[in-house]
Ligand binder design. Structure first.
Ligand code: 5GP
Length: 114
């Protein structure tokens, strides 16, 4: 699905592009700022990305940090997360970081599962 955004076949509101990464606004935002940051190359999740190309994984983080700065999130903070697999609640199997901010985000999880 996100490969189709990379290919320009599905529209998305882009906020940053580098030679290897894309950042665009989530279609169903969960915070005032909710941006998805992806590698253009397809990796199913963050684990396969980090194990397959750690430099590219670092570029995804660098793009997320640049977007956080552009969106004015560095002062008050933000959350960066990669949902992974079934337990992680991943719905789209193209590695993506969620960059969330612009308001207090509350606890890390809606409820404790410990
Ligand atoms: P996941 O649950 O896989 O971590 O998150 C997938 C995210 O992708 C969700 O927050 C969802 O709103 C977002 N999303 C799904 N389809 C599209 C789309 O076509 N365009 C954009 N911009 N976001 C999408």
């Amino acid at each position: 699905m996100f490969c189709r955004i990379v290919a320009g076949e599905i529209p998305a509101t882009m906020v940053r592009e580098t030679p290897t990464t894309l950042a665009f606004r989530d279609i169903d935002p969960k915070a005032p700022v909710h941006v998805l940051v992806i590698p253009k190359e397809h990796y199913a999740d963050v684990a396969t990305l980090a194990q397959g190309d750690s430099a590219l994984a670092g570029e995804v983080l660098a793009t997320a940090a640049a977007v956080a700065e552009d969106e004015g999130l560095l002062g008050d903070g933000f959350r960066l997360m990669f949902n992974t697999g079934t337990y992680g609640g991943q719905e789209v199997f193209h590695a993506h970081a969620h960059l969330l901010g612009g308001a207090p985000l509350g606890p890390m999880l809606a409820r404790s599962v410990a």
